[in-house]
Design a binder for this molecule. Structure first.
Ligand code: ME8
Length: 675
């Protein structure tokens, strides 16, 4: 059995994952399942990139240690991957000991080999990209250096002693490698970019930092930490036991496919091969570079604050619907613009109208006319032969497209065939055939052909529609998940049909999407942070967050009055304005010189933030750490004792204003919305 080792980038933990991360990871998972369908033994690696200045700063801003931030974010990544049915085989964290030691081993090898030397770096540094910017880089209008990767100007001038990697010595070897392996980077346009970049000449690369503490210490010089990209790229080998150079490493390396977006091409197609050459390791076989998901024509990114939270989609749609949309709409080379209208349109048309409807019409008729069981004769015409032959042609062309990772084009063809099947039903008019007993064999021929065709198409869709394809197999009682025309025997029975992709109410979906502006979720705590208030209090909104004057209660009148008059009643839309979510307390401490106040560091699903609550007289910090609480997420931020509080904890309160914080089950997902 051929092995296939594939990887995603390891994602930064400065924030929660968004649709862009979900896309790359779903693409990898679809490739894994597709390769398995073709008979490969697949190993799929993903993980998180936790070191460096970006994470250090992000954690400090939120009052957390980098470790605390990483631990919280890793949970979000793993939870999302589980929900989206991502079947990774290993999850590497750059803080894992096996990784840290593995990175040190590679570093020492390259050093022994003579390609690392001590020097001094003077220039600029883009923290967002963790990228060194040479003095020769472009200047912005105000005279600052512009990061060639993200285009942002930087103020961050660096002058420090550090170790350099002799990248300049690798230009010719890299060019020779690209020439011998012209498909190393796909699509070809990206390969051309890499070749031009290297042809322009390579400078030696600073690969350690003396001013960054949160990183892997340089062996023998612990005052220096290893540059975060040298550290991160090494994950592809450390995760498979490069340290022990054991069986798994020997079996899996080199990787068959690294997947990523174009933003990190240079690191993977230039630096990584050079590091590997220097360490005496073989090079990955292929790198697949996809475009960006845009929102409002701008790259969706945490720093732009225009990211889409997959959880909002997941509230209304199944994981399969999201997987399908992303694979159907994105073509590998191009950027894709995400719109809710486009999403709901594609899902309702292809999955609900065309696919689910085909299955439910077919099963409905088998139930109605044959009580779910075929026995006896069936008669076939050339039309049925053509349906089978058409499938064979479809499979050949779809496999060719999937082999080139052109899932959008493959799916387009699959759905053309699905529509042919829907037209076949209309042309065959089974409801008219059923009127005459003499036509029963013909009716059976049509419906059995539909069963065979549906099951055959279902296998082609199975890498994408993981859950639904299993459901379809269960409905038709078919154990065969493999490819090929499903030549079911003449006598067979089927189980109960199910509604595969129920139509989603677009009004409810859009209402929710709009209730979470900022592109559904603003993942950056700095991006217009939702508001705050202290308190130990009633389930209410408070206007003036003042710990010493606990807020007045109840904007909602008692139930009896409520019934009597419409005054005080609110519309559902009013209620929806209040964003209440489940958060987890990461850290808690008393606020100095304020007996009643606790400062909480919380994870609310989309970000971590600080919240000040007037509950210190009744709750100890240690009682709250790790607990799930309910917060109002979109109150205006307010300063309390100099601390910016970004949200309000909800609690019931008695006549003496004693707070009672509701207890939620531990398994309640962080970020879950109360509605
Ligand atoms: O770069 N559209 O991590 P990262 C499509 N830690 N894909 C997107 C995207 C978008 N708008 N935004 C992000 C890092 N991605 C490093 C990687 S690997 C050794 C170290 C996806 O969290 C895409 O795969 O910034 C992109 O390359 C990756 O997330 C960047 O993730």
């Amino acid at each position: 059995m051929e092995k296939f080792y594939l990887t995603t980038p390891i994602y930064y933990v400065n924030d929660v994952p968004h649709i862009g991360h979900a896309y790359t990871t779903i693409l990898a998972d679809v490739i894994k399942r597709y390769k398995q369908l073709r008979g490969c033994r697949v190993f799929f690696l993903t993980g998180t990139d936790e070191h460096g200045q970006k994470i250090e700063r992000s954690a400090a801003k939120q009052g957390l240690t980098p470790r605390q931030l990483s631990d919280a974010m890793v949970e979000h990544f793993k939870e999302l991957w589980k929900t989206l049915h991502i079947g990774y085989d290993a999850f590497i964290r750059t803080t894992d000991e096996v990784h840290v030691k593995g990175v040190q081993k590679i570093f020492s090898r390259v050093m022994e080999q003579g390609d690392i030397y001590l020097g001094e770096y003077a220039g600029h540094y883009c923290i967002s990209c963790e990228n060194f910017i040479p003095e020769s880089a472009e200047e912005s209008a105000d005279g600052r250096r512009v990061c060639p990767d993200c285009g942002r100007p930087t103020d961050n001038r660096v002058k420090e002693k550090c170790y350099f990697f002799r990248l300049s010595a690798y230009g010719d070897r890299l060019l020779k490698f690209y020439e011998e392996n012209p498909d190393f980077v796909t699509p070809r346009s990206r390969m051309n970019e890499v070749v031009s970049f290297v042809r322009m000449g390579l400078r030696d690369l600073s690969i350690t930092r003396s001013t960054v503490k949160w990183g892997v210490p340089v062996p023998g010089d612990p005052g220096q930490t290893i540059y975060v990209w040298f550290d991160a790229l090494s994950n592809y080998v450390t995760a498979i036991d490069y340290l022990g150079e054991g069986g798994r490493f020997k079996e899996l390396w080199p990787a068959d496919l690294h997947i990523m977006a174009k933003d990190i091409l240079k690191y993977h197609a230039v630096y990584w091969p050079a590091f590997l050459m220097a360490a005496g390791l073989s090079l990955p076989k292929k790198e697949l570079i996809h475009g960006w998901w845009l929102k409002d024509e701008k790259k969706m990114s945490k720093s732009s604050g225009n990211v889409l939270d997959p959880h909002i989609l997941l509230k209304h749609f199944s994981a399969d619907a999201i997987r399908y949309f992303l694979m159907r709409e994105a073509s590998i080379g191009a950027d894709g613009n995400f719109s809710h209208e486009g999403f709901i349109g594609r899902v309702n048309t292809d999955l609900t109208n065309d696919w689910a409807n085909l299955v439910s019409r077919t099963t409905g008729m088998i139930d109605k006319y044959f009580a779910n069981s075929f026995q006896g004769d069936a008669s076939y015409t050339d039309r049925e032969k053509e349906i089978a032959a058409g499938y064979q042609r479809l499979e050949t062309s779809v496999l060719e497209l999937f082999d080139q990772y052109q899932f959008n084009r493959g799916l387009e063809s699959v759905f053309e065939y699905v529509n042919q099947l829907n037209r076949y039903i209309v042309a065959a008019q089974p409801w008219n055939l059923a009127k005459d007993m003499e036509n029963l064999p013909r009716l059976a021929g049509v419906l059995k052909t539909l069963c065979r065709a549906i099951l055959s198409v279902n296998a082609l869709l199975s890498p994408i529609l993981t859950e639904t394809s299993a459901q379809v197999r269960a409905i038709f009682r078919c154990d065969d998940a493999g490819l090929g025309w499903k030549d079911l025997p003449e006598d067979f029975s089927i189980g109960q049909g199910a509604q595969l992709f129920p139509r989603v109410d677009s009004k409810a979906f859009f209402a929710e999407a709009e209730a979470f502006p900022q592109g559904v979720v603003a993942a950056k705590p700095t991006a217009a942070p939702p508001a705050i208030s202290p308190q130990g209090a009633t389930m209410r909104e408070t206007k003036t967050p003042d710990a010493h004057n606990p807020p007045r209660t109840a904007t909602v009148p008692p139930a009896a009055e409520n019934n009597a008059a419409s005054e005080g009643l609110i519309e559902i839309g009013d209620f929806k304005k209040v964003q209440m979510v489940v958060a987890k307390v990461l850290a808690a401490e008393k606020v100095e010189k304020a007996d009643k106040l606790l400062k909480l560091q919380i994870d609310c699903g989309t970000d971590t933030r600080t919240l000040v609550a007037g509950i210190a007289l009744h709750y100890k910090p240690e009682d709250l750490i790790g607990r799930r609480i309910i917060i109002v997420k979109n109150l205006k931020p307010a300063k309390l004792r100099g601390i910016l509080s970004q949200g309000m904890i909800l609690a019931a309160s008695d006549a003496d204003n004693r707070p009672y914080i509701p207890i939620l089950p531990d398994e309640t997902p962080v970020g879950a919305i109360l509605k």
